[in-house]
Write a protein that binds this ligand. Structure first.
Ligand code: ATP
Ligand code: MG
Ligand code: MG
Ligand code: MG
Length: 477
């Protein structure tokens, strides 16, 4: 079943059940805690928080999502994209647990010729929050799930809150058993590669107090109006229904892998090292293009910095596959063709998207060549001396002179089997910043290249904010 069909069936199922169909919001919303929309409920937050009256009692959407904290998983696990689509149904004080469970169960297990996804009910497992006996009973009653395939999990996994005082509640996640080829028995609590999480049902029934993190806050009591927030991973359902190994091989992602094969003359599936690169390219091309499509340009502040990192990773992965010509626009065309039918802004805005990508690639290619030579020499020297850590001043030089983001140096070092003296690097960055500040306070003399210097300053100043924001983004779900 193609992704478009999966989305269509989701929408129709919930529309039949009286949900208003709401289009995806932009990836960029005015929310100080979020770099990018990372879940289907984000655009509906004001309704859940009681800040605005919900225009409908129940709604459904398929929301564009970006989760940059998952970037290191990309290509290595079978199930993490930086960009993915979350299909969801939402009740704003309308229906609650029983209907949420029933609606999800019907869609996943109804036969394909009756509008469902046709998953074998015997292969479905669920997790519930530790003391949520009500959910356990409902899974048995509504879905006929045996107790052996219902597992209890703690707060970190199965309790949801927005990170601030307000609605919160237990959740229940739905998993599909991919079979013994994919890992050990024992259900999702034992192995999340074999048991693939496809859907998360959040039961907003409590009020939480102030506190920090995912677990450290009081649960104050019941909400007067209980709500539902669910999120189903479209790409994960696609990988199962298309019987492919991972999310990168699904119908709307795979074409980028094919383009990369064409440009590189290498074959996907030939060796694992190249395969990770192919998958990184396919994933990042999608997130990169969708992010630019929503108006972000590469830069050194938070969002622009994340975008830059994604784009530069594509370019470098392509280089490692042996491609020397510019790639971003080539990949973007493929993304546009695959995703354009769902997101027309990619088609209407393509000229601008292509311009942004080309400019970024030109800039990066100029510095990559010379920087890589410096890196290789330094890495060889470190190894020749029998050490395993690239000195902080090298990382600093690569950054200062060649515009290498520290992530790039870290990645290249890891590939060369080295670590990086990050503390040393950060110390030099801080010194540099202090000097620049002092200079800026005095007369503007003494620096030949103000552009490089300014870029460095901006990057240095915002890099840490970027990480903090990423961290808070990670704690939201
Ligand atoms: P995981 O444990 O696999 O990282 P999650 O628990 O972080 O997933 P949720 O926050 O519950 O995910 O999001 C709801 C659904 O969105 C998940 O059940 C999954 O199907 C999908 N999803 C989450 N993260 C990703 C991702 N990085 N790529 C693709 N789909 C995702
Ligand atoms: Mg996750
Ligand atoms: Mg999970
Ligand atoms: Mg989950």
């Amino acid at each position: 079943m193609q992704t478009h069909e999966i989305i269509k069936r989701f929408r129709e199922h919930f529309e039949r059940a009286g949900h208003a169909v709401v289009p995806s919001a932009s990836l960029i919303l005015d929310d100080p805690n979020l770099l990018f929309v990372n879940a289907g409920m984000v655009p509906f937050k004001p309704y859940f928080l009681g800040e605005a009256p919900p225009p409908w009692p129940r709604a459904t959407s398929v929301q564009k999502c970006v989760r940059t904290p998952d970037i290191d998983e990309v290509g290595k696990t079978t199930r993490h994209n930086t960009f993915f689509q979350m299909a969801g149904n939402f009740s704003f004080g309308d229906y609650f647990k029983e209907d949420a469970i029933r609606l999800a169960w019907e869609l996943i297990t109804n036969p394909q010729d009756q509008g469902g996804y046709g998953f074998d009910p015997e292969r479905i497992w669920v997790t519930v929050y530790l003391d949520d006996d009500e959910a356990i009973e409902l899974w048995q009653k509504v879905a006929g799930l045996p107790l052996e395939r219902i597992q209890r999990r703690g707060m970190a996994d199965n309790f949801w809150s927005m990170g601030v005082p307000g609605p919160c509640g237990p959740c229940s996640e739905i998993y599909y058993d991919r079979g013994p080829e994919y890992g050990a028995e024992g259900g999702p609590i034992a192995d999340e590669s074999r048991y693939l999480e496809i859907w998360n049902l959040v039961f907003m029934q409590n009020e939480r107090g102030a506190g920090s993190g995912k677990e450290d806050f009081p649960i104050l009591g019941d909400l007067p109006a209980k709500s539902i927030d669910t999120g189903m991973g479209v790409e994960r359902v696609a990988l199962l229904l298309q019987d492919v190994d991972n999310v990168y091989e699904t119908d709307l992602v795979r074409p980028v892998i094919q383009k990369a094969e064409e440009l590189s003359g290498r074959k996907y599936g030939a060796n694992e090292v190249d395969d990770v690169r192919f998958r990184v390219i396919a994933d990042h091309a999608r997130s990169g293009v969708l992010i630019v499509g929503d108006g972000v340009t590469p830069g050194n502040e938070a969002r622009g910095y994340v975008l830059r990192r994604l784009l530069r990773r594509i370019i470098r992965s392509a280089r490692l596959l042996g491609v020397t010509e510019p790639v971003l626009v080539r990949f973007a065309e493929v993304v546009r063709d695959a995703m354009g039918p769902t997101y027309p802004e990619l088609v209407s805005g393509f000229d601008r998207i292509a311009q942004v990508l080309k400019a970024e690639e030109d800039t990066f290619l100029r510095t990559l060549e010379s920087g890589s030579r410096i890196f290789d020499t330094a890495a060889a020297q470190v190894k020749a001396e029998g050490r395993a850590t690239l000195p902080g001043d090298k990382a600093f030089q690569l950054h200062d002179t060649y515009g290498f983001p520290i992530d790039l140096t870290l990645e290249m070092a890891a590939e060369a089997g080295l670590s990086v003296d990050e503390d040393g690097f950060r110390k030099l960055m801080a010194e540099q910043r202090a000097r620049a500040k002092a200079d800026a306070a005095g007369k503007k003399t003494g620096h030949g290249d103000q552009t490089v210097y300014r870029e460095l300053l901006e990057l240095g100043a915002t890099e840490f904010t970027g990480y903090t924001e990423l961290a808070s983004e990670a704690t939201l779900r």
